[in-house]
Design a protein around this ligand. Sequence first.
Ligand SMILES: [Zn+2]
Length: 576
Amino acid sequence: MHDQVTATSARGMRPAALFLAALACASPAGSPAPAPATRNIRLAAAESTYAAARDLRDRIDVALAGGRHEIADGTPIAALLPRYDSLRGRLESRLSAVDSSALGPDDVRALDIMRRTLSRDLGPLVFPGAPAAASTSGPAPVPEPRPECGYDPDSIARATHGLDSLRARIYACYGWAQSHVAAGDDTLDRLTILGALGHTDDAPHRRQLFLRLEPVWRSVNGGGGSASPYRRLLALEVETLGSGAPPTATQARASGVPPDSLEPWLLRILETWRDATPDSLVEPWDWYYLVGRTSRALSPRIPRERLAGLNAAVWRALGADVGTLRVHYDLDPRDGKDPVAFTTFGGRTPVEPWVFATYRVGGLDNLNELLHETGHAVHLAAIRTRPAFRDWPDSDPFTEAVADVVALDVYEPAWQQRWLGDSVPLAAGLQSRYGGIVLDVAWAMFELRMLHEPDADPNLVWAGLTRDYLHIRPHPELSWWAMRGQLVDAPGYMVNYAAGAILIAAIRARIQAAHGPFIEGDTSWYAWMAPRLYRFGLERPTREVLEAFLGGPVSPSALLADMRRMRGAERPGTSR
Ligand SMILES: [Zn+2]
């Protein structure tokens, strides 16, 4: 879901749908669950069947995702299907036998979650023999037909369901264009091109690579005129929204970010970056190179063979032994494997986290991703709550932030020295840590501005924002803002990345203050974190968990303070 070029690229966690759906059932109070003995007996019976059904389904799902025909204990999946079906059937009848009027608020919530999960995640499994056919994880490897992109946005916009149809068409064309970028005899995807910019030493070559993305920009903003697909879409969105709140408000609230603070906070982040970085202008293609400096310098120290061992050692130094915690890894390339890294439950009684990723090479970006996925895994392993609540928390920005608390250490010189035996200057590390984030913040701000002023030329708005705050040379002739699918398909989603960065910095600062520094290791760290931040699942709303942890409401001050460390440090130049 995250979508950046640096180490945060291509991280899967959960679809946004879960986050939105979970919000609907978050209760404001987190009263402790009654003792099992006093709990409604029918509910207790349903919940124990629920635990068994989910656990079995998890085991089957990770076997399928791993391309295996049997679960970890060697039982063939085909032999488990009758058991799964009978658990589903029993769960359905037990859930419908519960009288919710006799339940307390926590039990009502547990019942709602179990009913929703049954209909959405515990559907029937068909298993004709080939794992891929029954797989529910990840996109099917069927090639998409090329969409028809020579359309007239205006006529689609004027038809019935114009907004949805236009959104779907732009997104389909964007999806095609971004995965079919012509590069010589090769076809590359957008993230590969942007990643290559960070490792291309020759500036004219970087410019050339960057301009290859032009068809991607065109798929969203056409020729750039007022009748462009995106501008037409935006006009329709503004019409439909009327005076209603943009969808952003709901997303941010679950993580404790007050909706009216969002815009001022985004602005403060951008201003802080502006003031902490050199004011000479850089070209957009050189921006990606500057942000890539840490990875360029340190990646040669991380060969593929060291990747998993280094990841485990870093977590062990924090008191989280991935073996003891039953974390499983599937990291080797395989035909038909989901290309996106993700972590999931591979069993829930007890929790057995599984990390899926594909690494052909080592490098800092891959290590960062693996530390992040393991961050999800140790979080899952620490969940201690009743079966109905044994799930991801109700806020994606929070879940992603929690996973990044340790992964972000790779940008600290002290961490680099301890684990890699070399380091880059602090300012360069911070530029790599925050380069992707501030670009996301600029995109979030861009969307807000466009919603306020739908007649504005998006190229000018973007050129102005990136010049004023990121010191990027304006190129109003290029629609280079038009390469984030979320702008089309999930309006308002970009603010989640900003909210996530605010949360990570706040959590990191709180750990430092309340427990102590952990950059160079601290074996008491995990035991301290688990009961305070990790254990809840869906038991308590994220907002409550976070405010209790932070000792007050979320604020961007830790993020701003961390960014300001760039000011006193050596300024990274454009060389290297
Ligand atoms: Zn993640």
